[in-house]
Each structure stands twice: as structure tokens, then as C-alpha cells.
Write a protein that binds this ligand. Structure first.
Ligand code: CA
Length: 434
């Protein structure tokens, strides 16, 4: 079914909604009025309560089995069911919510019981995250950061062969809206030979795409590149908060540790592969002279349609901007087309050694910067490590984040002839160190 054939919903706020028109239908976990966390679908300004709808008899067959797997406030079992279940649920949801639906009256009669206002709900993590891996596939970010440290040799020689990643910390991933406590740690002040201990002075954000794993693999097996896309349940926005001064002192030789593990924020809605289908793109051709991916990372279909055209935005809201009623300052406008490796390549690489992936595992893409000013996905790049402070309309100046600053990530997909969809926000406000 083409999107153009069904563009309107009887849920008035869904039509033309920035993030959640009928064509998106992302899944999440929410609570309302102190209820236990439960699964729902975002539509316009509302959340469709999947569990209440199940009890009201609105699902049968494969869609019913799919919704049953979302019970209990975690989507892991639903992710495990894979694409067939997602598609069955999506088709039923479109049937329920399209303009002219025969069930319009039945759903509307139950009012907020089935369709509470999202503004009155609290969002939770959508799944139990057993493992979190952060990749580094944003080649512009890798080059920008590499240049700061190695002007003549910004990219290390493995970059174009290996989708670089490291194991992150799952226990401190939090949904949008969770405050960010400034971490404390060891740092090496410039010109000193011995570290000091105290609050991070170079707190930063990283703009990333989050990838939810669906069906996993048995330990010892691997997911081949041609099947990898089928193992992805959906996508979100991810802010990999980074303490640059702690990172600079601790990262050699094993990579980031405490500089990243204090919190990672994600947008709470899982945008499905089906919703993103119109916004798939060919993976951008590799520049002349770059090596071709090794065979286990190469698939023709993945190269032809394994990329995405998703516009990514970062906004900064400070106390000064708030006090003067000024709009948030846009720090970054970038796009997922700056990924050197596709999400399928990340999945194939992660499991090629027999490492087990499980439903509800989360990947970060790595910072997705573009090549130009205005497209950089971290303050480290924007201010060149603090050398070029930015000035805000409030008169405030920033090298890195200060207490009270709030970072807001957004994403949007647009294409002629299709309804635009978004991801919802991923926000976090910095609190002083304790
Ligand atoms: Ca990162």
C-alpha cells in the first residue's frame, strides 16, 4: 500500500503532525496517572493504549499475538517476533485509525481510556536493554575529532575496513527528559603531569541514531549481511553524553570508560523499519581509492537501499535564553547519510565472531556530523575543543555545556509525495555535580 493512498486519520491531531502522523505509528512504553508501565503507539497528540485495546477486543490473529507480546511494560518479546508481527500490527493500526474506519466510534467512545493525551503520560524505556554497543560510523565526526589529535593522519588505517565500536554501559540508559548529573572524575589539567579529581569541566553531547535489535542469534552463530536488516526492530535518537576532559585522560589504550557511562539518553519511541521505508536510500558511494567492504560486510541489496535520509537536529536551551524568552539555539543540522557503514553492516560485524545479540539490545551509530560548519554533532567539533567558543543570542558564551543547559535532539524524514514523520524528542538538562 502506498502512503499517498492513505494520508488522513480520524485522529485530527495526527494529520500533518510533526512527528506522529498515521504513517509513523512508533511503539513505546508509557504510564498515565500512576499506572504500571504499558505499551502504546503514538498517534498525533495521543497515545493509543495497546493493552487496553487488547482487552477491548480490537485485535485478532497475528496482530493480537503481536500486541500480547508487548504486555508487561517491555517490548523485548515483541521485538523478538520480528518483521511479520510488526507488519500485522501496523496494518491493523492503520485500519483502526484511518479516516472512515468502522471502529472510529467504538474507540472514540472510550475516550482517554484508549487514547490518553501524550502530554499527560510519562514515557519509559521501551525495552529491557541487556547490552549497549556504541559504534563510530559517522566518518565526518571521526575525521573532525581525529584532526584535533592527529592533524596529518585523522583517520586510523582500520576505519575503512572495520565498523569501529565498543561495549557501552546499558544500566545508565535513560529516556528523554531524565536530568543529566554532571559527572566527577580524574582529569589531567593542561601542562600538568598529575591528574586532579573533580567535576567534569568539558561536558558535551553526541548526536547519534539508536538502533534496536529485534531477533538475535545464538552464541557461536552469526547474522549474515543479507539477513541483517531483518534483525533490526526499529530506531530512536541517542545522546551519548561525553565528559571530554575525563575521556582525554582515560581513553588510552582501551577507549572510553567513565567519560561515557554516567548516562546515555534516548528518545522513547521506537520508529519501525516499515515507517522508514520511504526514506531509505542507497548507501553513498565510497570515495575513489577507498577499499571495498570485505565480503562478509558487502551485500548488493544493502548497498542499494541500506542507507537512510533522516534529518537530524540538535538544539541548546540555556538559562539565559529561557529568561529572555529567546528560542533554543540550533547547534547541529545533520543527516544519517553521513554514515560510512550501514546499520546492516553493524549487525553483521557485531555478530561475525559468534557474539550473541539479543532482542532489546541497543546500538548507537556514533556521532553523525556533516562536513561543514553547522553540521557538527558535538561541541568538541563545533568549538574545536574549546578554542572557538560560540556566542548565543542571550549574550552567553559556550565552549562546553554548563549547569542548567538543556540539549534537545530531533529528527525528521521528508520526501515529496509522502507524509513526513519524526522521532519525537530526546532531551536532557544538565544538573550541577553532587
Ligand atoms: Ca559516541
Amino acid at each position: 500500500m502506498t502512503q499517498t493512498s492513505i494520508t488522513r486519520s480520524w485522529v485530527a491531531s495526527a494529520n500533518g503532525h510533526t512527528d506522529f502522523p498515521l504513517q509513523n505509528l512508533p511503539l513505546g512504553v508509557f504510564s498515565v496517572n500512576g499506572s504500571a508501565p504499558r505499551s502504546g503507539v503514538a498517534i498525533g497528540d495521543h497515545i493509543f493504549d495497546l493493552e487496553a485495546a487488547l482487552d477491548a477486543g480490537l485485535f485478532d490473529g497475528a496482530a493480537k499475538a503481536a500486541v500480547e507480546a508487548t504486555r508487561g511494560g517491555q517490548l523485548n518479546a515483541f521485538f523478538e517476533l520480528g518483521r511479520g508481527a510488526r507488519v500485522a500490527l501496523r496494518e491493523r493500526l492503520i485500519e483502526l485509525f484511518k479516516e472512515g474506519s468502522t471502529l472510529h466510534g467504538k474507540i472514540e467512545a472510550q475516550g482517554a481510556k484508549l487514547l490518553p493525551l501524550a502530554a499527560q503520560c510519562t514515557m519509559h524505556l521501551p525495552a529491557k536493554i541487556n547490552d549497549y554497543t556504541d559504534f563510530y560510523v559517522g566518518i565526518e565526526h571521526a575525521q573532525n575529532v581525529g584532526k584535533l589529535f592527529r592533524p596529518d593522519n585523522p583517520l586510523l588505517p582500520n576505519y575503512k575496513y572495520v565498523p569501529i565500536g565498543y561495549h557501552g554501559r546499558a544500566s545508565t540508559i535513560r529516556p528523554s527528559g531524565t536530568d543529566v548529573r554532571r559527572p566527577k572524575g580524574q582529569t589531567l589539567p593542561a601542562g600538568q603531569t598529575e591528574p586532579t579529581f573533580g567535576p567534569c569541566a568539558r561536558l558535551d553531547y553526541e548526536l547519534e541514531l539508536g538502533i534496536w535489535i529485534g531477533q538475535g542469534n545464538e552464541m557461536g552463530d552469526s547474522i549474515v549481511i543479507g539477513d541483517a536488516a531483518d534483525h533490526i526492530a526499529g530506531f530512536c535518537l541517542l545522546n551519548d553524553w561525553s565528559a571530554r576532559d575525563i575521556q582525554a585522560w582515560e581513553y588510552q589504550p582501551l577507549g572510553p570508560f567513565l567519560s561515557k557511562s554516567f548516562i546515555t539518553s534516548i528518545s522513547p519511541w521506537v520508529v519501525t523499519a516499515e515507517a522508514l521505508e520511504p526514506f531509505r536510500r542507497a548507501q553513498p558511494a565510497r570515495p575513489e581509492g577507498d577499499p571495498q567492504p570485505l565480503p562478509y560486510l558487502f551485500d548488493k541489496r544493502d548497498q542499494a537501499a541500506g542507507g537512510f535520509d533522516i534529518e537530524l537536529e540538535v538544539l541548546l536551551l540555556t538559562e539565559g535564553l529561557r529568561e529572555q524568552n529567546l528560542p533554543a539555539h540550533r547547534l547541529t543540522l545533520s543527516n544519517t547519510q553521513h554514515m560510512y557503514w550501514t546499520v546492516a553492516q553493524m549487525v553483521a560485524h557485531h555478530s561475525v565472531n559468534g557474539c550473541q545479540l539479543q532482542a532489546g539490545d541497543l546500538f548507537g551509530s556514533g556521532t553523525l556530523s556533516g562536513p561543514q560548519n553547522g553540521q557538527f554533532g558535538s561541541l568538541l567539533e563545533i568549538t574545536e575543543g574549546g578554542k572557538k567558543p560560540i556566542e548565543l543570542a542571550s549574550g552567553e558564551v559556550r565552549k562546553f555545556l554548563e549547569d542548567g543547559d538543556e540539549i534537545i535532539l530531533r529528527a525528521r524524514c521528508s520526501r515529496e509525495g509522502f507524509a513526513s514523520i519524526g522521532f519525537g524528542e530526546c532531551r536532557g538538562k544538565v544538573l550541577p555535580a553532587r
